[in-house]
Design a binder for this molecule. Sequence first.
Ligand code: 16G
Length: 246
Amino acid sequence: MTELAAQIGPLDGQARGSLYERLARGLRDAIERGVVKPAEALPAERDLATDFAVSRITVRKALDTLVAEGLLIRRHGAGTFVAGRVEKQFAKLSSFTEDMAARGRTVRTEWLLRGEGTVTPDESLMLGLSPGAAVYRFRRIRFADDLPMAIEHSAIPGFALAGAGSVGESLYAALEATDNRPVRALQRLRAVLFTTDQAKLLGIEKGAPGLYIERRGFLEDGRAIEATQSWYRGDAYDFVAELSTR
Ligand code: 16G
């Protein structure tokens, strides 16, 4: 039996769902727990079928589900691998911490700035605040498994947090604690080349390609709660959107 199957255990012990859903859930958990690491190969389909006493079709369906979620990648002739590049669902309002945890990556933050002040004209426009209003400002380098992934600058209205120090590893966790997590967001994205300073922070070459993303997050009542500028390294992130004609 493969190490992976031993870690997941028998499928009949997990009550809910069809066989392929249970297998997908077991594999998803194993990836999240880091039993198999990014870029590592999964055992061959026929070995998984034997280990879990299910058909090849069931294994294939479970893997298809995780491929569609961006957790696994199929390479022709080589097998199935845990996604190394992060695929992010563009339509889902999730946090960096959640995105990384869902892929079994360990998150770390290097703080460049964690403070408070009075809104600048730009911030007051982005957040819909009156001149003189208080804001928190956060500047961070975000790491996944010690790989620097992004630089993020966030401005948050003063009413939303109980002090700059209340933000630990996750901004959204701190906003959730005060019931101010955004429920809707507008996002704008464009390609950029990293400046010398940014490249230094991310440990990459100056002029390397990146994705610049601006997010404005809103509360249920329509008030803006977040204005974040993110610079993601271009070689580490894929943004995936599902489109439909309806
Ligand atoms: C993501 C968001 C960013 C948000 C952050 C919160 C994008 C492009 N940006 O990086 O707007 O502030 O997550 O993450 O997805 P945190 O809760 O881990 O601090």
